[in-house]
Design a protein around this ligand. Sequence first.
Ligand code: NAD
Length: 486
Amino acid sequence: MSTPLLRHFIDGEFVASTKTFANISPVDGRLLGQVCEADRPLVERAVAAAKAAQSGPWAHYSPSQRADLLLDIANGIQRRFEAFVAAEVADTGRPVQQARTLDVARAVQNFRTFAELLRQSGSELFEMRSADGNDVFSYSVRKPHGVVAIISPWNLPLLLLTWKVAPALACGNSVVIKPSEETPSTATLLAEVMQEAGVPAGAFNLVHGFGPNSAGEFLTTHPDVDAITFTGESRTGATIMKAAAEGVREVSFELGGKNAAVVFADCDFDAAVAGVLRSSFTNSGQVCLCSERVYVERPIYERFVAALKAGAEQLKIGYPDEDGVNMGSLISHKHRDKVLDYFQLALEEGATLVSGGAVPQFGDARDQGAYVQPTLWTDLPDHARCLREEIFGPVCHIAPFDSEEEVLRRVNDSAYGLATALWTRDLKRAHQLSRRFRVGMVWVNTWFLRDLRTPFGGTRLSGLGREGGRHSLDFYSEITTICVNP
Ligand code: NAD
């Protein structure tokens, strides 16, 4: 049986290239299909199409027409909802239920939210009196940057891609997207939706491939790319930042995390246990916001560790479409090797293994997949690499603490600064402590709850800039101030 070939989408048309790579299922190691890999000339074609669109019909869309188009795209995804779910599940091995309620639902929401925000967004106007007595008006207008390169990761492929595509198009840019080589399918479906929705040729382009010496590098180093928005590893961000320095292009980075959950003794115990289970094991720990470091106030520490162990051992790992499945596979065998290396390293660094730590055995095709058990450790010293480096798997370390100042110091003692989750009933403490964490986001008695109008992003190794709401509109726009002396 022949397997599908995923193609690029350039200037309004699907385009094949001769070089291809395999798309492998992380559930059972099966070949899902082949994916075309863009070489430099093909990426140049995509950028040229995007640039040309800036002086074609796309350039004449009013904000209101762009908002209508975003709604058409949202409706197009909604119409093919189950096809998107199936594609995301096949590439990632995640539970079908998650793809339905999070990945694809949020993709639709991303387009709807930015359509609405675009309609509501205005601009600033200031009045002043000039030295010669005239009333002078200064106002600002938003214009697109031009060509925006969008490079996205594999962990929430469609969600994170549309989080950037929607506001970039809302602001009138042309985009060239490069999805992760691990998850090419939903991006290709999105290109079909763009075509069906009548997005003008060249406004949306897709190239497939890898990072270094492949489509990712060819795109980010292209001089006609005006801005780069990237979600992925901090190290890749640093490489892209160097590329963006040539020509002083705008960048927006959402990078890695080594996030903490902090549980005070006064918390709602059951809610905190359920919350930390979610924040450590959602998407098999492959969310940049997942908690890999859990600090628990000493009076409830032993009880909390026992409850978390019981909860982790009840998680059902399995096929994406199994009833009640909580955890799927990791994204790939390569990523599993990395996670298993950390499992080994943790023991060398002195960890006590509380639960998991191995590859589950199923006795069926899943043994060819990329599964690992949800894993809990205690007793690592604060300087352990397993507590300082992002692992990006279903794993967390639990440590006791005795005071607010102590836990604040330990949470902030990290090169990353993405998110912290705080569990306490003392709201005064929650407000005061939250602003002292060196992170972009703090959740109090919840986790991963997102109002898409709020700023999102991290500090230090976790990123640069904020996206979300008007912050996205700001990043994807070039703002010109016009000063009029009547
Ligand atoms: P990655 O950096 O390996 O790859 C991300 C993308 O960059 C892929 O499309 C890849 O092909 C491309 N790429 C790699 N090298 C490149 C290069 N030299 N030039 C141009 N493009 C290049 O990341 P990943 O493994 O796909 O994703 C996991 C990482 O993403 C984790 O670190 C996670 O924390 C992070 N992440 C962050 C956020 C956030 O919002 N802060 C969200 C999701 C994921």
